[in-house]
Design a protein around this ligand. Sequence first.
Ligand code: BES
Ligand code: ZN
Ligand code: ZN
Length: 493
Amino acid sequence: MKVGFKSMTCAEVDALVVNLVENKLTTPNEALNKSIKMLVDRELFAGKEGEVYTFTRENNETLQTVILVGLGKEENLSLEDFRKVAGNAIKKCIELKLNKVFLRIPEVKTLEASEIAKAMTYGAVLGNYTFDKYKTSKKEAKEIEVSIGAHGVNDETVEEMVKSIQEGREIAEGVIIARNLVNEPSNVLYPETLANEAIKISKESGFDIEVFGLDKIKELKMEAFYEVSKGSEKEPKLIVMRYFGNKDNKEDILGLVGKGLTYDSGGYSIKPTAGMDTMKSDMGGAAAVIGAMSIIAKRKLKINVVTVIASCENLISGNAYKPGEIIGSMAGKTIEVLNTDAEGRLTLADAVHYIIEKENAKEIIDVATLTGAALVALGETTTAVITNNSEFYKELKEVSDYTGEKVWELPAFDDYKKLIKSDIADLKNIGGKFAGTITAGLFIKEFVQDKPWLHLDIAGTSWSSSKSDYGIKGGTGAPVSTLYELAKKKQSK
Ligand code: BES
Ligand code: ZN
Ligand code: ZN
């Protein structure tokens, strides 16, 4: 999708999306104002939130569809509203076969026009996203050309707008990378092909990558990771991506770790069928960190980021690990495996230890589809967070308020720790019936030493069971944009 900037003009487009704040139902275009007024008088449109009124008119010898979109009260508007509005507008244009679209930025006192432009670009590009590569008969959709614009802006603002539209599009492209990886089925996407995709993306975006196989994983003594991978014939891969945009402070390294289970059957603690059909998405954390890396590198942020993915499949075979076994880990801690379906924390334990010891990460964020309990607690809208550092969480929360990707901290009180103490090993990999998201997080905490750490459980947020304003049923790409914005905020000035 092409997205550009235009100063307010109604000509030459076949769809005019007029976003209107309640009580400010006028535009610089007199003819349009007349139509709006008639609709208002007949009580067909009032600019209330979620209201849409579509009509077609003749404009310069061509047909033009006008889509009036109500935004509701100005004081309640957020950037997320504009992402949604743009996503829905694009969906409507696709439905009506309109390929040249103009999206109007209204004047909003509390929001900068360039921020609205960025948000609308993001929503529009993602609203246009589909995953239909496996459909043998599909309509070849025409490429949609979108221009976003406002009335009466000065040259300086125009320049800013063009830049923020570019940024919005690049962020959305990173989100699409993550969505595509998550939506790809596990017969196509397995550790080796995930690594190949990451290599391709590293070349396009400009970061370094190294992929290690079984020999190196054994040499590194990543025993917990290896044990999870053993039941599959597919070789596990340790994917390490490095981007050094702040060469003056080489020691300052942000470490991102993504859970990379390309399929999770549960292993011998096998999942019921209904719980297994979406388990190709158990690499949502890996997808998110790859997507974020691509934007960070493309936009050349002044920050050092290293990303680690311990990728494998959790399957059943004569060689698979079994409940009751005691296994080791790269950190040297022993773990009693009481449930082979709690495999993510085992792979992550080694991945976080690796990123601290071998890659020198100073702060760590792990992103993982870790527990069904996160879905039970917070649903599909909010990522559950466990941390050992409230300042770090505050930074995340601020960024998340800006990106609209919601997060919520769960407590990590020491009282919960006894739930993962084993009678016969250092730790056990499940904490019992209660507080599943917390005990999973605390398990990983045992491996992050004293480093500031955020654990993002995206089991609920990385996969959507239904389509949304700018998403489809399937991978959401969360929390790519939050990871990018957090890295951007952490840049050296
Ligand atoms: N990959 C799952 C978590 C999950 C569940 C992600 C639903 C997305 C949607 C994870 O490996 C898992 O199976 N966790 C177990 C842990 C339990 C055995 C302690 C779970 O949540 O049931
Ligand atoms: Zn599992
Ligand atoms: Zn899993």
